[in-house]
Design a protein. Structure first.
Length: 206
């Protein structure tokens, strides 16, 4: 990483932090999550790629591992996440995915981290979950927690994920769904059905 890149990453992180400080957050259904954390229950949070921005500031420095792709865009996101205090597992459903899942499982076990998946990333289709989160939750016995973000005022970019940037001072309502568990050692032919089930839960939350 050269000096120019470090400057860009630091500047973008400062921008994201300053922007996020103005947002008015409301967390719905978060008390059960805090209780589970106090009991050291492992959790995997499922979010959609386009709704990630408001969560960066809200959940910084909470011993959370995020799976980030090895792509060029993924490197930019990874450097910003590191500066917000997140741990990283590099890979995706299409590139070095198994290594990323193993790294995530290792951090969950030994560092007591929770994990976050942008379930429809890194390239979509939008709002269609990949199977990685189901595989990890099944083998780590972690609870899956669906999470949605409703931004009252926002700019929606013309990207595959319709990435949303809340306007300054916008209300951001973060909704945490009921934590649930998938069967241990789930069979391969059941994983896709479970991913579709997760999408149904996510879409019903807003």
């Amino acid at each position: 990483m050269n000096y120019n890149n470090r400057f860009v990453y630091s500047a973008l992180t400062m921008f994201a932090r300053a922007w996020s400080i103005t947002l008015n957050y409301t967390q719905i259904g978060y008390e059960p999550i805090l209780k589970l954390r106090s009991q050291k229950v492992p959790m995997v949070f499922a979010i959609y790629h386009g709704e990630i921005f408001p969560l960066l500031y809200l959940h910084q420095n909470e011993n959370v591992t995020i799976v980030v792709s090895k792509s060029r865009d993924g490197e930019l996101i990874a450097q910003i996440l590191k500066r917000f205090g997140y741990s990283l597992a590099r890979g995706s459903s299409s590139r070095q995915g198994l290594k990323a899942l193993r790294d995530t499982a290792r951090q969950m076990k030994y560092d007591r981290n929770d994990a976050v998946f942008t379930v429809d990333g890194p390239r979509g289709p939008r709002h269609k979950s990949k199977p990685g989160i189901i595989y990890l939750a099944s083998r780590s016995r972690a609870l899956i927690v669906p999470v949605r973000v409703n931004m009252r005022t926002r700019h929606v970019f013309k990207s595959w994920d319709k990435f949303s940037l809340p306007w300054l001072w916008s209300e951001c309502r973060v909704v945490y769904g009921q934590p649930y568990q998938v069967p241990p050692r789930i069979k391969q032919n059941e994983i896709q059905n479970r991913a579709a089930e997760l999408d149904e839960k996510l879409k019903a939350m807003l």
